[in-house]
Design a protein around this ligand. Structure first.
Ligand SMILES: [Zn+2]
Length: 98
């Protein structure tokens, strides 16, 4: 199964939402991105929410690193990727001459 995003828009939320990218909960009234998706088998439609930070990340050149090979973004993918990115950065900073 692959996921196809059919719409993405910026919204002011009417209730609390979990961000799909970082798994943090955001309050009612916060600005988030609402993303409506279907699966390619045609038997599901659902809406995911992204906070402003995660929206910036998935709209950046890092999307290829955040998403899997089919372009799907899993729960918490932005945080997982950020943790990896920071760990790599620290690793290279500690090795002189690289
Ligand atoms: Zn987020």
């Amino acid at each position: 199964m692959s996921v196809i995003e059919i719409s993405r828009k910026s919204v002011k939320t009417r209730k609390r939402h979990l961000c799909h990218g970082c798994q943090n909960v955001f309050d009612k009234g916060d600005k988030m991105t609402s993303s409506t998706n279907i699966d390619d088998l045609g038997d599901g439609i659902w809406t995911l929410y992204y906070c402003e930070w995660c929206t910036a990340m998935i709209e950046s050149r890092y999307l290829d690193d955040i998403a899997d090979i089919d372009g799907d973004i899993y729960e918490g993918s932005v945080t997982t990727w950020m943790e990896y990115f920071v760990a790599e950065y620290r690793h290279y900073r500690r090795e002189p001459g690289r």
